[in-house]
Design a protein around this ligand. Structure first.
Ligand code: SF4
Length: 239
């Protein structure tokens, strides 16, 4: 089961002397149940200190992201959420609230520990995928592909550092590719690409700061419209 759990995922990173701004189009969870009208979840989050946080919600995907971001509860803000160790489904809020209360008792917590230890708990939130859209046909340009690999591996690294979650798959989707079977491209995660990408970003930024560059050919106007530097280029009358 694959679910969109967040769009426009911010993967910006503070580097020495500059901020690398980045956004991935989609973050998907392969094992998170979709919300449905009349469906409620009781969930148990395992935190980094070994504790279990118990809650209930009608949208487990959204709630999981809120916990990861530290916006859901003080407990998971202080104790990093690692995974959804168990969840159950109910057809009314009342049943979910009763079950939540029951699991929070001493007996309920002992039951949960046994269940999770036995490997029979219903887990989720372990499998993430990153998907980035490219608005062109599938490219065969090795240099461009290498740049996209650096970017996606860096985004995966940032996501892991920020939320403690390592995406299992990194994907590019070429939206203008006529052969739809070839539109999706999987990029392998390679830690050395993160290092290489970091070095390249440092070099580019230091050249910009030293004004050591020449604009031979302006990109298409639609590229500039989306660019974070358009105010600067406009002020310098480059565009
Ligand atoms: S706004 Fe400036 S930096 Fe951005 S794409 Fe256009 S020319 Fe390049």
């Amino acid at each position: 089961m694959r679910r969109v759990i967040q769009t426009e995922v911010d993967v910006s990173l503070e580097k020495d002397g500059y901020i690398l701004v980045g956004k991935v189009d989609l973050l998907m969870g392969q094992d998170l149940p979709a919300p449905r009208p009349g469906l409620f979840f009781v969930y148990v989050i395992e935190c980094a200190n070994g504790s279990h946080y118990i809650g209930q919600t009608e949208d487990l995907c959204r709630r999981w992201v809120e916990h990861l971001k530290g916006n859901a509860a003080q407990w998971t803000q202080r104790h990093k959420p690692i995974r959804i160790a168990h969840y159950e489904e109910f057809s009314s809020r009342k049943e979910a609230v009763e079950r939540e209360r029951n699991l929070k008792t001493g007996y309920g917590r002992k039951y949960l520990k046994r269940l999770i230890k036995s490997g029979q708990a219903q887990q989720a939130g372990n499998k993430l995928e990153l998907l980035d859209f490219k608005t062109s046909e599938r490219s065969t340009d090795a240099g461009l592909l290498s740049t996209y690999e650096d970017q996606l591996c860096t985004y995966a690294h940032v996501l892991e550092r920020r939320h403690g979650k390592h995406p299992e798959r990194l994907l590019l989707y070429w939206t203008a590719e006529p052969d739809k079977a070839a539109a999706l491209m999987e990029i392998p995660y390679r830690p050395e690409k993160v290092e290489a990408g970091g070095r390249r970003f440092d070099q580019v930024v230091s050249r910009i700061q030293a004004r050591d560059f020449t604009v031979h050919r302006l990109p298409e106007i639609k590229v500039c419209k989306e660019c974070d530097l358009k105010a600067l280029c406009g002020a310098e009358r480059r565009i």
